[in-house]
Design a protein around this ligand. Sequence first.
Ligand SMILES: [Zn+2]
Length: 289
Amino acid sequence: MKLSRSDCDIFIPNPEMSAGLTPDAALARTTHLCVIAHQDDIEINAYPAVAECYGRSDKFFTGVVMTNGAGSARTGKYGHVTDAQMQEIRKEEQRTAATLGKYNLQLQLSHPSSDVKKTGNPGVAADLAAIFGGCGPALEVVYLHQPADKHDTHVACFLRCIEAIRMLPRDRRPARVLGVEGWRNLDWLADTDKVAMDASPLPELAEKLVAVFESQIAGGKRYDLAAMGRRVANATFFASHATDTTHAISFAMDLTPLVQDDTLSVADFTLRHIETLRADVAGRLGKMT
Ligand SMILES: [Zn+2]
């Protein structure tokens, strides 16, 4: 496997499960692929995909982190850490999570977020072409950031991925693409537009996977509590029948139309969901007055 940056990280977390597979072979057998901005975004936002593949011999989760994590906030114990050191710390945390979660393959592309934020960066484009093109017919679902996220880097990563998938011949494109919560949840989607993913299996693993990212939590940002809390809140405040079967849900937006129709504008597609919310609120208010 050839990725564009010399500081990238190609990691097969549990070699005993991979029976000597090369990274290319591991990528080719991927069934669940998550391509996301930062170290910890998989574990906070796409946990149901990890859980679905955990310990399975017929489902394989591959995680891809696009940026190098250099710009992350740091205080307390990590206050003195340089950008270069922080990148190494975060890379190692991601490896630990991948090992704990028994991922099939973990790729860290190490791009500066400034390179991801503009279209046409050759290194970013080449890496994404290699990754999406390197998956085989086993690929069932791709998890990306969702387009209404409020973090610029998240949205940029999502856009670069849609561009890369649209470059593939139609018969090589993923059958299903989902956008996960991040720096904006998806509670506001109409219930009929929500993809509710069960986040309740293996609760101890779910907590450990977020707690691994100590460098992010140490400064006082309790991502560990917030991630679990959001899942519980999603389940509790969703339709009542859902709480009968699960107490933890992560929501996703179905992005599949964007990779089936190259003429569909991302902005139009996204704003249509917001129009649905607007119509729902206006309709309810109108009915009661
Ligand atoms: Zn992030």
